[in-house]
Design a protein around this ligand. Structure first.
Ligand code: TIU
Length: 241
């Protein structure tokens, strides 16, 4: 049973967001903001992103936009869900196919998942480096999904949580666009959720991959979903006030 079948049509207000490939009808009572992996491990030096060989500074540009989206959803009393990519301390949920990859890992001093780094053990739940960056930190009542994979539905209770909240529409931001954000959107799409990717609230270590992902998402009539800017989203909701 898909979420939309299960819930039926929304009877509430319906902001229409100017989006690509066409406008996104967004029922106010069925939408949540889903922020993917805004963690030190990806956004700061000494974490997993850098251990994989990336220049992590490229991700910082979206922080003010993500912050403003977060404030907007909170002010509108709309649900916010954060995800964190992480593993158990004993690595029982980290397959070798994940631990053994990364461009730096051929170097003798390379850090792998579970190794001790400058911000604690790399990509391990509860370590300092695994926390969400303070600028967009969750509030105590906001749902956090701890995920071992790239997609936020794999081995988590996200689907059940969304159904309990009666959510059918997801506004998605976070990092990185072509890895965990895109994987999550594809998983969500398969489960019947309508997804909109906020273009200026997502970033990649590779600008060309970000652009390609946005195009892939909205190609073929929105095969995975829609894309829009944060301002267009806010404008649509503000018009309903
Ligand atoms: N490497 C990379 O671009 N991303 C990840 O490993 N995880 C997420 O995207 N969160």
């Amino acid at each position: 049973m898909y979420c939309a079948d299960y819930l039926g049509a929304s009877g509430g207000a319906m902001p229409v967001i100017r989006a690509q490939p066409y406008d996104f009808d967004c029922p106010r009572d069925r939408v949540a903001l889903l922020l993917i992996d805004m963690q030190r491990d990806f956004m700061e030096t000494g974490g997993f992103g850098e251990a994989l060989g990336n220049d992590v500074s490229t991700l910082r540009a979206i922080v003010p936009t993500v912050q403003s989206l977060l404030e907007f959803f909170r002010a509108q009393n709309l649900p916010v869900i954060h995800t964190l990519e992480c593993h158990q301390p004993d690595l029982s949920d980290c397959p070798p196919s994940k631990r053994d990859r990364g461009t730096c890992l051929f170097e003798s001093n390379a850090l792998k998942i579970g190794d001790e780094g400058p911000m604690g053990r790399i990509l391990i739940r509860g370590e300092m480096g695994n926390a969400i960056i303070p600028e967009v930190a969750p509030l105590p009542d906001e749902l956090c999904i701890y995920k071992p994979g790239k997609g936020a539905f794999y081995n988590t209770n996200l689907d059940e949580e969304l159904k309990a909240l009666r959510i059918t529409h997801l506004i998605v931001g976070g990092v990185t666009t072509e890895v965990c954000v895109q994987s999550t959107m594809r998983e969500a799409n398969d489960r019947g959720y309508e997804c909109l990717l906020v273009e200026d609230a997502t970033e990649s270590y590779f600008p060309e991959f970000k652009q390609a992902t946005e195009e892939m998402v909205r190609a073929q009539g929105g095969i995975v979903g829609w894309t829009a800017t944060a301002n267009d989203l806010k404008a649509a909701f503000s018009q309903m006030d």
